[in-house]
Ligand binder design. Structure first.
Ligand SMILES: Cc1cc2nc3c(=O)[nH]c(=O)nc-3n(C[C@H](O)[C@H](O)[C@H](O)COP(=O)(O)O)c2cc1C
Length: 223
């Protein structure tokens, strides 16, 4: 049942319009930082969760894919429901009138991060992020660089003050990852928590008793 702000029950097309107001539609940006696999895993998990994904990938991301994975760009694009060209400023995600649940940039380079913070956006990826911010929708930036200089840190603070969530991909060892795949899934699963999307891959402290036991794999490297 749909109810309006005054508590009245709404029927028919008006009710449908209200349902459409919170679409399960997510923008995924993949920039040219290390860790493009995070974006891939997000696309796969969101597809399984029935979320409509809109992908925008920077030109350098395509290069990074070649260095870090065996995936062809066409295979990555095939994971998204809709692909948007990085230079296509007339694309749907360039406008706030196109409703989404928000955007995740995974991974987010220092270059794209800085553009988003400045508002001087030269690509569709950074323009879409700017739109998500101005519409007060959820923007999560999986920023990837290390070490960080003061300019990077100040930019992250500015973005956080603007409403973005800075979520660097930092592995949680308490989740007892057995391989890289486990680490990636836990990290992107925690990012999806920020959108109330639970795809069942996060081992949760306080809910999973096995997490509190000592890990044999970590004992192996102890002195
Ligand atoms: C293999 C590879 C790894 C890179 N890793 C990072 C990184 O972790 N963080 C970063 O900010 N830039 C990284 N870069 C540099 C960015 O790709 C570069 O700054 C680029 O201009 C980013 O543009 P984009 O944000 O439009 O993708 C990397 C480049 C390559 C080729």
């Amino acid at each position: 049942m749909n109810v309006d702000l005054r508590g009245r029950t709404i029927h028919g097309s008006e009710a449908k319009n209200m349902q459409d107001a919170s679409p399960k539609r997510m923008i995924i940006g993949i920039s040219g930082a290390s860790g493009v696999t995070y974006g891939v895993r997000l696309l796969q998990l969101l597809r399984n969760a029935g979320v409509e994904t809109h992908l925008v990938m920077s030109k350098t991301a395509e290069q990074t894919f070649a260095y870090e994975t065996d995936l062809k760009i066409a295979e990555v694009r095939a994971l998204a429901n809709v692909n948007h060209g990085i230079d296509d400023m007339a694309s749907a995600i360039s406008s706030g009138s196109f409703r989404t649940a928000g955007m995740i940039v995974a991974p987010c380079s220092m270059r794209s991060m800085s553009e988003i913070a400045s508002g001087v956006t030269t690509t569709l990826l950074t323009r879409a992020a700017d739109v998500v911010l101005k519409e007060r929708r959820r923007l999560v930036l999986m920023v990837r660089e290390t070490p960080l200089h003061t300019g990077h840190l100040r930019t992250m603070t500015a973005l956080s003050e603007m409403g973005a969530i800075i979520a660097p991909p930092v592995p949680a060892f308490y989740a007892k990852p057995e391989n890289l795949e486990d680490m990636i899934e836990h990290t992107v699963g925690r990012v999806l928590d920020l959108y109330d999307i639970d795809i069942g891959v996060v081992r949760r402290w306080g809910e999973d008793e096995a997490l509190k036991r000592r890990s044999p794999s970590l004992r192996k490297i102890a002195p």
